[in-house]
Design a protein around this ligand. Sequence first.
Ligand code: SF4
Ligand code: SF4
Length: 189
Amino acid sequence: MAKVTKLKRPEMSTKDNIYLIGIAKGAFITLKHAFTTVFGKTRGADSLGSSGTGVTMQYPEQKWDDELPEYYRGAPALVTDEQDRERCVSCQLCEFICPPKAIKITPDEISSDDPWAKVEKRPKTFDIDMIRCIYCGLCEEVCPEQAIYLRKDYAITGTSREEMVHNKERLYEIGGKRVGLVNKWNELK
Ligand code: SF4
Ligand code: SF4
């Protein structure tokens, strides 16, 4: 039979039973932060000629862009290669892996007279719903062609749901060209 060990709860002292000290400590920290926020100077306040009071950053005049770390995950986008070819081969792995199902791809066959015929497919349509996207980066991780990357864009806005769906053209506009990556189809073209 398993040995049962009974643990004795420590007795609480009178001081422990009075929560006033803990409450006072918490209130002091809250007041300290409130005071610093209201009367302190915020980052970049001097360069913008602003008092810098009561806010944490002078957005949108000032942005985090220069201070974002290398590993920051912003909006996903598609990239082209040095020959301006779409790197995406429409394998749909990213569509399959995307947790919130934000990606929708319609594959298109590349015709036999195309210089890139051996690639076989490219996306006819490629949409990413930025309302659904959770910036997880799985699409970038899974892509065998280094065709999709999370850029540092974080100010993704729109005035309608339709506008928040980035189509292929918009994704290439954000992504641009990336050179020096794997080019597994080049020798087969
Ligand atoms: S970052 Fe994540 S959620 Fe956004 S499109 Fe890629 S896989 Fe989907
Ligand atoms: S972006 Fe990459 S993973 Fe997604 S369909 Fe294109 S090649 Fe496949």
